[in-house]
Each structure stands twice: as C-alpha cells, then as structure tokens.
Design a protein around this ligand. Structure first.
Ligand SMILES: Cc1cc2nc3c(=O)[nH]c(=O)nc-3n(C[C@H](O)[C@H](O)[C@H](O)COP(=O)(O)OP(=O)(O)OC[C@H]3O[C@@H](n4cnc5c(N)ncnc54)[C@H](O)[C@@H]3O)c2cc1C
Length: 368
C-alpha cells in the first residue's frame, strides 16, 4: 500500500484546510451554543464541491474516491465536528447506497438534492433496536399504490433538517436481517412526521431526533433495496459511513492536539515554555503516535476498498480505535491546559508559603 498522497489529493486537503481555518473555525462555537444547523457552512461546502464529492461525474459530482472524502472530513473536523459530519453524510452512508443500488430515476431525483446541500438521513435505530439493528420493527405493508410505513425511529442525525431519509424497515414476514429492506422517504410525504429532539452534550449544531411513520404512503419507485439481501447491501454501504465517523473522531483529536501543542510552545512557567518539560513532551509524543495510528487504519481501509465499499473488519477496527483514541487525545489536550493551570495554582500557593517565610519563590522554584 502506498502511504503517499498524490498531488491532487494534497491540493484537495489544502483547499479543505484553508476553508476550515479561514471560515469554519471562528463560526464553530456558535452552532454548538445556539443548537443551530450550520446552513452558512453548508453553502460554503456546496460552493467548494464538498457535498457530493464522491458522486459520479455523470450525476454532477466530482467522482472523488472515499479517501478524497475522508481527507476533507479530517481537515474540517479539526475545527468543526458538526460541519465534518455533514460532509460525511453528504458523500457516504445513504448517498453511497443510492449511488450503488439506486435506479436511474432515483439518482436523477435525489443526487441533485445532495449537490445543493441536503444531507440525507439514515434511519435504522428504534426504541428497542440499537446495537441489535436486526430487531427493528418499523414495517412497510404493501398497499395498492406502493407501500405504507408504520413505526418510530430514534437518534436520527439530521431529523428535521434532512429532505431525504433512507429508512430501514421490515418488508416481509421473514424474521431477522432477511426481512429488512430500505425505502427512500421524502420529508414532505403524508404520514411522515419529525418528533422530539434527542439531546446531546456536544456536536449540538446537528439535530438528533425521532421520526414517526403513521401509514406513511410511498410509491414502489421509492424502494432502494428489498429482502432478502437488502440489509446486507445496506450494511455493506454503511462501512463507508463507519470510516466517516472514524475520521470525524480523528479530526477532532487532531484539532485538540494542534491547540495543545501551540499552547505548550507559548505558555511559560518556571522561566521556560511548558513544552520544555518532559512530562508535557511525553504526552504530546503519545498523542502524535495515536493520531498517526488511527489515520493509518482509516486510510488502509479506504484505499483497500478501491471502488467498492470498505471491508467490514477493517472499517470496524478503524472506527473503534479512532473513537477511543479521540477520547484519550482530547482528554490529554485538556490536561495540558489544566496542568499549566495546576502548575500556576501550585506556584501561587508556594508563593504564599514563601511570602509568609519572608523569602522569594523564584530563588527556590521547585524543580519537577
Ligand atoms: C450522536 C448519535 C447519532 C446517531 N445517529 C444515528 C443515525 O443517524 N441513524 C441511526 O439509525 N441511529 C443513530 N444513532 C443511534 C446509534 O446507532 C445507536 O445509539 C447505537 O446503535 C447503539 O444503540 P443504543 O444506543 O440503543 O445502545 P444499546 O444497544 O442499548 O447498547 C447499550 C450498551 O450495551 C452494549 N451492548 C449492546 N449489545 C451488546 C452485546 N451483544 N455484547 C456486549 N455489549 C453489548 C453496547 O456496547 C452499549 O455499551 C446515533 C446515536 C448517537 C449517540
């Protein structure tokens, strides 16, 4: 496997970094604080060609590879996780499934929506079907003009903002995976309703919420995949989404590392920048190693996929490692700031101690 990015990929990465640092960085806190969907950023993503980057050229996209998409996602996630998630869902997940399995009519109707800025939602999870996705009970009954959907979905990213939804549902009496298919549902369809928002502690600029289907009528032309192989096909496409989620985690951690490194190089304590202290250097070195390891797992899975979907095992390894790495690295990045604070607190406590004894702390600065 070649670990070098080509000139075109480096240029794409640089373009994404410029947009992220120049435009998205200063807006990022606003989306989270106000729980506001970043429509301004979506306009910029559309203008940059980052929505539908992987859509084939004959359908108006750039025909980019999965790795191209992930390079953009990482650069954007460094400064704004919410916007990075929109890039993920504007290229892989439902979009990947539509490109791979959709009819020509479905592609002609829905891919332009993505190119205009719609981030389609994937609706799998239900109150009683989380990790056990094949326990889902939302069902589609055959109706004279097509299908009627009944059920409830939870934790759907983009609920209320997405125009298009890929809904996993039971389309036959066969239990388990072999009874599941996927139907494309438009937001304005009668019988479809967006319910309560599911609250999150972070990434609050993108809604997670509930979807309700009350005899929601869709035509036969809305069916994307059918049983008995529909679920298998959808989960195969979902492996690209797994790499997208892994890359958002990677980018968030990379951004935290960059901020911690810059702070450590500039913050002075005990007469030197704190990056001179070995305890801080060890942390930064470990963070850099973990970031590289996650990036390599992600890129391996993306490159090995070629023009197909990634291998499930490689994608799952990358996602698991990147998610756990991001918790560790962002935690350590916070520590570098708070350690500096603790050192300051310790110094002011020791100043007070020395002052009561009538001597100067600088003359007796503790060596750590
Ligand atoms: C921010 C966010 C966005 C999401 N976006 C979407 C979306 O767009 N579309 C969508 O369909 N869903 C979405 N989800 C839902 C997500 O896919 C589910 O949360 C996930 O599948 C886990 O289901 P659960 O939360 O019901 O946890 P549960 O399945 O109830 O799991 C609870 C705990 O039990 C553990 N566990 C479960 N089964 C086993 C087992 N067999 N062995 C050992 N441990 C086990 C789990 O690892 C976990 O620690 C989102 C969730 C979040 C938090």
């Amino acid at each position: 496997m070649d670990f070098q990015l080509g000139a075109a990929q480096q240029a794409l990465q640089a373009r994404a970094r410029t947009l992220a640092d120049g435009v998205f960085r200063e807006r990022a806190a606003r989306w989270d604080a106000d729980e506001e969907y970043p429509w301004d950023n979506v306009k910029d993503l559309v203008a940059a060609g980052f929505m539908g980057l992987a859509i084939p050229r004959e359908h108006g996209g750039s025909g980019g590879s999965l790795l191209d998409v992930l390079l953009v996602v990482e650069e954007i996630a460094r400064v704004c996780g919410v916007t990075a998630r929109i890039v993920v869902e504007g290229n892989v997940g439902a979009v990947g499934a539509l490109v791979a399995y959709g009819t020509e009519a479905q592609k002609r109707r829905y891919l332009p929506w993505v190119l205009e800025g719609d981030k389609p939602a994937i609706a799998i999870t239900e109150p009683e079907a989380g990790s056990a996705a094949t326990d889902l009970v939302t069902r589609a009954d055959e109706a004279p003009e097509g299908w009627a959907l009944h059920g409830e979905k939870r934790w759907i990213t983009g609920a209320g903002v997405s125009r298009l939804h890929l809904v996993y549902c039971r389309m036959s009496e066969t239990p388990g995976a072999e009874g599941i298919g996927g139907i494309l549902v438009e937001r304005d369809t009668p019988g479809f309703r967006v319910g309560e928002r599911d609250r999150t502690m972070g990434l609050r600029g993108i809604p997670e919420g509930r979807l309700h289907f009350d005899a929601c009528r869709v035509s036969r032309e809305q069916v994307l995949v059918t049983p008995p192989n529909g679920f298998k096909k959808l989960m195969s496409a979902y492996n690209s989404q797994r790499l997208g989620a892994a890359t958002v985690a990677l980018g968030l951690a990379q951004g935290a590392y960059e901020l911690a490194l810059a702070y450590a190089m500039e913050r002075r304590q005990f007469g030197r920048v704190i990056a001179d202290f070995q305890g801080i250097r060890w942390k930064l070195a470990d963070m850099a190693i973990e970031l590289d390891a996650a990036r390599l797992l992600i890129h391996r899975a993306a490159v090995n996929a070629g023009s197909r979907f990634p291998d499930a095992l490689e994608a799952a390894k990358a996602k698991t490692f990147a998610a756990e790495m991001a918790q560790e690295v962002t935690g350590q990045a916070l520590q570098i700031r708070s350690m500096a604070r603790r050192a300051m607190d310790a110094r002011s406590r020791s100043s007070a101690w020395f002052a009561t004894r009538g001597c100067s702390p600088s003359a007796a600065a503790p060596s750590r």
